[in-house]
Design a protein around this ligand. Sequence first.
Ligand code: HEC
Ligand code: HEC
Ligand code: HEC
Length: 212
Amino acid sequence: MSVVEKFRAISQGISGFVRSRFKFIVVAGVSVLVGLGLAASYATVLDYTSSLNFCAHTCHEMESTVYQEYMHSKHYKNEQGVVVVCAQCHVPHDNWPAVLGRKAMASLELWTHFVVFAGEGPDGVKRAFQARRFELAKRVWAGFKADNAAECKACHKYANMVLEDQRPSIRAEHTSAMKTDENCLDCHKGITHHVPADPSAKAAPANSFDIQ
Ligand code: HEC
Ligand code: HEC
Ligand code: HEC
């Protein structure tokens, strides 16, 4: 067989294969494209809805309250210039069902914004939000309790703390906390936002250690 004939035989083989499985190839090709499209839009939507811009500036109630407090916290401005964005504390890491669950909750929050708070001016929205803050904070604390502050521990690990560099009082707290892998929020409430007042309490708590 000459080279030309060999080439012709091979190309006939390929076109025969394509013809006999044409439908399958089209379906497989389209599925791959749809899959890639879904993956890309999933990633884009998740990335966008996890960005500081989206979380802080989409709703006035965030922008005028929790965001203002966050901007004065160490997680926004610090000696090293490290920025920790909302989603790094508020969206679970490395667990896509939990990420989708959190996003579904956020959609309900958008419902509250657009439907329950509808017709309220910016001041009304801010007031309505303030009235719910304690309930919302309790939900966030419950989330950290449930996963033992996994979001915090994605960055801060007891094992990596240089305890000798901490003040003796702090060192003592962390040395005992490390033994039980304690939830950071047991001691560190209100580090990024003000601790909202409990509307049912007679007096505001003196500090975050008074809230359990
Ligand atoms: C994306 C990484 C990241 C995540 C997530 C994170 N932190 Fe931090 N945290 C930092 C960095 C960086 C600093 C250092 C800022 C500085 O230099 O003071 C810091 C500082 C702190 C400080 C000392 C400053 C202060 O505000 O009192 C505490 C306490 C703290 N983090 C607790 C937490 C807790 C509790 C969580 C979870 C609710 C958390 N962090 C989540 C990165 C993170
Ligand atoms: C048993 C209570 C307790 C637990 C649990 C605890 N801390 Fe602390 N931590 C303290 C106290 C008290 C301080 C000093 C006061 C302050 O800064 O709020 C402190 C200070 C810090 C500081 C500042 C250190 C410095 O040298 O200024 C960081 C960062 C910190 N904690 C992170 C964490 C993280 C992250 C967790 C969870 C992995 C955690 N802590 C768990 C009690 C605790
Ligand atoms: C370092 C972790 C961390 C970061 C960053 C962070 N939060 Fe929070 N957030 C918390 C914790 C912890 C609570 C529970 C209340 C508390 O202890 O302050 C909370 C509570 C809240 C609440 C419930 C209402 C309330 O007042 O407690 C909202 C809403 C909220 N955060 C939105 C945001 C937004 C928006 C951003 C970004 C602009 C952000 N958070 C950034 C840790 C964080």
